[in-house]
Design a protein around this ligand. Structure first.
Ligand code: F1P
Length: 351
């Protein structure tokens, strides 16, 4: 974060919690076996008879549920499908679930009323099995779920979810990759810890040049898990800086929303292997309209502003949220706001 005459300015809670993410990932990797055991063994035994493994959450935890659901569909090879829901969709009867479904609640607090009611209603109406991934092992969601995975050492003081989002996403992604035997789990753990450290460093260097806080309109573009990451970016920028932020599938941006591009627009494109050439064309269209683009991709992109990561296979999806978190905080501080206590927001929404 910015220094004044060599003296590190006092960090906000949100900045500190963003900076701590790679060390939290190291601890998750170290304690994975014990922390995943209950939920993993429950899912391994239940998965054989399950037609679908679905995820449900609210706010940031809804976009976390979205990302995990996309990743499970990608790795299960069609053996099991996955859907994602906001708490209210299931809590108030908008959705039905087959009896053979497993519904996993995602929640930092484990106390969001809509998510709790969603699991209760799903059990009552459809007799489904339930799981939970939470940061508080003593929460109501853990009490009602059949099995849980908890991260009690994640204790955010900021209302804004940053390390709780990426830590629960990392744990959930590990469990999914574990169930579907996707690659060497140990290598993946080391890889995530390494790229998150690199991303935190590279982003700070790039942002000292690009100064995202000088823009007034933020557009995050990507597909599937990277779309979920983009939507989380919208929430982060919106709640911390109150600045306009939007997210779309990358090429959807040219079908209308790009009409708002001007020289105060900063777009971040979270590219993937399938669509990268087309996403590079989209970047050029935005630049021709006066907007600025930063791309996050495995190999350098058509724009000179490029955060190079090591994969485009979506397995780094939650790590790509980190640059978007930092944009929100930098813009918030530039506007003289306090990112730790977003306007109108509370840490837990209960009714
Ligand atoms: C869900 C949530 C947060 C949001 C705010 C209000 O909380 O919507 O995503 O940042 O804190 O609550 P949880 O269910 O993940 O605890």
């Amino acid at each position: 974060m910015p220094k004044i005459k060599g003296v590190m300015i006092l960090l906000t809670k949100t900045e500190r919690e963003i900076d701590e993410q790679s060390e939290k990932f190291e601890r998750i990797a170290k304690e994975y076996d014990s922390r995943s055991y209950d939920l993993l063994s429950f899912l391994k035994s239940a998965e054989k008879g399950a037609s679908e493994i679905d995820f449900v959450g609210c706010g940031s935890s809804y976009y976390l549920a979205m990302g995990l659901s996309f990743h499970l569909n990608r790795l299960s090879g069609g053996k099991v499908i996955s859907k994602f829901f906001s708490g209210s969709e299931v809590a108030f009867g908008l959705r039905t679930l087959p009896k053979s479904a497993i519904l996993i609640g995602i929640s930092r607090s484990g106390e969001s009323s809509e998510t709790i009611l969603a699991l209760k209603e799903a059990k009552k109406q459809f007799n489904v099995k339930t799981g939970a991934i939470v940061c508080d092992s003593k929460s109501e969601l853990v009490n009602i779920a059949d099995a849980s995975a908890t991260l009690d050492f994640i204790n955010e003081e900021s209302v804004v979810m940053t390390q709780s989002f990426t830590s629960m996403a990392f744990l959930g992604t590990l469990i999914i990759r574990n169930i579907f035997n996707q690659g060497n789990l140990k290598n993946y753990m080391e890889f995530v810890t390494k790229i998150s450290k690199k991303t935190l460093e590279d982003v700070k260097n790039l942002f000292e040049k690009v100064k995202p806080e000088n823009y007034d309109h933020f557009v995050f573009l990507g597909y599937d898990e990277y779309f979920a990451a983009s939507m989380e970016g919208v929430i982060k920028v919106s709640e911390t800086s109150l600045a306009p932020a939007e997210a779309y599938q990358t090429l959807e941006y040219r079908h209308g929303p790009k009409s708002k591009v001007d020289d105060k627009t900063l777009s971040i494109i979270l590219a993937n292997d399938f669509t990268k050439p087309q996403e590079e064309k989209m970047a050029k269209e935005i630049e021709q309209l006066g907007g600025s683009v930063i791309s996050i991709s495995k190999t350098s992109f058509g724009t000179e502003r490029n955060l190079v990561v090591l994969v485009d296979d979506f397995s780094d999806w939650f790590v790509r949220v980190i640059p978007l978190q930092i944009i929100g905080v930098r813009k918030s501080l530039k506007k003289g706001l306090l990112p730790d206590e977003p306007k109108n927001l509370t840490k837990v929404v209960k009714f």
